[in-house]
Design a binder for this molecule. Structure first.
Ligand SMILES: Nc1ncnc2c1ncn2[C@@H]1O[C@H](COP(=O)(O)OP(=O)(O)OP(=O)(O)O)[C@@H](O)[C@H]1O
Length: 247
């Protein structure tokens, strides 16, 4: 179906990729060839695809962690290629919240300090909170209440938290300071089915409150029900080597 023309006053897409091609160094074939990918502001998308199909690679491209060999990627209207590596890191800290499969928390810092770190590294996150009249500490308290993280849990080093607690701390770290885009790469894989659904609902709810777009990767289609859209990577990836890489 043809896409409707973007109306006047309609927000620009949060992610816009065009003519994008990516090949890992030393690989014989392309990993991703994508003509067009659009994620609207506030849109919550479930990205699916078999193991090895390039989901994490796509998230790294959108997050500006790696650069495409051809094509353009813009996030919040900013073409990533026009930023230096340092500026790209700062842009990511300001505008993109990541929740990884293994959470990537700093083990010796408390849960609270792990969450606050996202604000320390980003003046934009601090100023968005300030504009809303909220201190980073008050936002930690609000997110902690939403995510069912008790005060004494937040005070403990991340290394001493359960997997489920670490995951919720990682979600709060991604969400604090209202980034326009939240990227979650199989964040529920360590949880049982009930907790997976509860976590997804929380993430969807918080993104709805802050207006963030959400790009959520999972193998588990049962989690897809409450997303705005399911995006099948295999349907948009024209890389000749895609099937070979999955083999
Ligand atoms: N750092 C890397 N260097 C070289 N090749 C890589 C690297 N990371 C991934 N690849 C390759 O790129 C392809 C896509 O991997 P990717 O991790 O993006 O897939 P995925 O869909 O996220 O898989 P999974 O669901 O198993 O996490 C695979 O063939 C993989 O071997």
């Amino acid at each position: 179906m043809a896409e409707a023309p973007r109306g006047r006053g309609q927000a620009a897409p949060m992610v816009m990729a065009a003519g994008m091609r990516y090949r890992w160094p030393k690989a014989r074939t392309d990993c991703l060839v994508i003509d067009e990918l659009v994620l609207e502001a506030g849109e919550r998308v479930f990205l699916r695809g078999p193991s090895g199909s390039g989901k994490s690679t796509l998230l790294s491209l959108i997050g500006g962690v790696i650069q495409p060999g051809a094509g353009t990627i813009s996030v919040a209207g900013q073409p990533l290629a026009s930023l230096s590596a340092g500026a790209r890191d700062r842009f990511r800290a300001d505008h993109v919240g990541f929740v990884f499969q293994l959470f990537n928390l700093l083990p010796y810092l408390s849960g609270r300090d792990n969450i606050l770190l996202a604000c320390r590294f980003s003046a934009a996150r601090r100023s968005r909170l300030a504009e809303a009249g909220v201190s980073p500490e008050a936002e930690v308290a609000r997110l902690a209440a939403r995510l069912d993280l008790a005060r004494e849990v937040l005070a403990r080093p991340a290394a001493e938290l359960s997997v489920g607690q670490q995951q919720r701390v990682a979600a709060a770290r991604a969400l604090i300071g209202r980034p326009g885009l939240v990227i979650a790469d199989e964040p529920t894989s360590a949880l049982d089915a009930d907790r997976q659904q509860a976590f997804v609902d929380l993430l969807l709810g918080e993104c709805a409150v802050s207006g963030a777009a959400l790009l959520f990767v999972s193998h588990d289609l049962r989690l897809a029900a409450h997303f705005d859209r399911v995006l099948d990577l295999e349907a948009i990836n024209h890389a000749a080597g895609a099937a070979e890489q999955r083999a």
